[in-house]
Design a protein around this ligand. Structure first.
Ligand code: PNS
Length: 173
């Protein structure tokens, strides 16, 4: 029997309830959904790849067919390695389209078999992003309605004291 595998790549820095909404929708459409957290040495992440993976793993527990992995390099190379050609991306608003259209086009050029499937999250999450969540958490406001509990705890640990600089310094000690 053919198993349909979809890959949902992203930074997940940290995973939000918007990402989880997309993961749930994808898990209803495909047999297997690999949530791939990008490891990009050129990009500054707030959370390490192991922290991001742990938050994701704890958040997707119990969702049928969903697994979590780290991904380095190009998405298309990751898809080929997994013998997959379905790429999931969430589209919140028209503002996402420019970047997504560009990415889907280059990915199709690099790997003609790829099919980017855009899923629209619940409208509650239209204005939600990992960056917004970090800004809110950095200034000590509640984020429990925006992110799943594992991400909420990780944000609280990271931004305790209200200043990102403080927590970074604390981590080094
Ligand atoms: O949802 P995000 O955080 O914007 O996702 C960013 C992600 C992981 C999709 C981006 O960093 C990425 O594409 N990384 C891998 C490199 C790649 O294949 N880029 C597209 C073709 S150049």
């Amino acid at each position: 029997m053919m198993q349909r595998t979809a890959v949902y790549p992203g930074s997940f820095d940290p995973v939000t309830r918007g990402h989880l909404d997309i993961i749930q929708r994808a898990s209803r459409l495909f047999d297997r959904v690999i949530v791939a957290a990008a490891e990009n040495p050129a990009k500054q992440f707030t959370f390490s790849v192991s922290e991001r993976l742990r938050m994701l793993e704890q958040s997707v527990r119990g969702l049928p067919g969903v697994e979590v992995d780290a991904m380095g390099g190009l998405i298309v190379d990751y898809l080929k390695a997994k013998n997959a050609y379905i790429l999931i991306r969430g589209l919140r608003a028209v503002s996402d389209l420019d970047y997504e259209f560009q990415m889907a086009s280059i990915n199709r050029r690099l790997y003609p078999k790829v099919e980017t499937v855009f899923l629209m999250p619940d409208e509650r999450y239209t204005y939600l992003s990992s960056s917004i969540v970090k800004t809110v958490a950095r200034f000590g406001a509640q984020v429990d309605e925006l992110v799943p509990p594992p991400a909420c705890r990780a944000l609280a640990r990271r931004f305790r004291g209200g200043r990102a600089e403080n927590s970074r310094a604390r981590r080094k000690r």
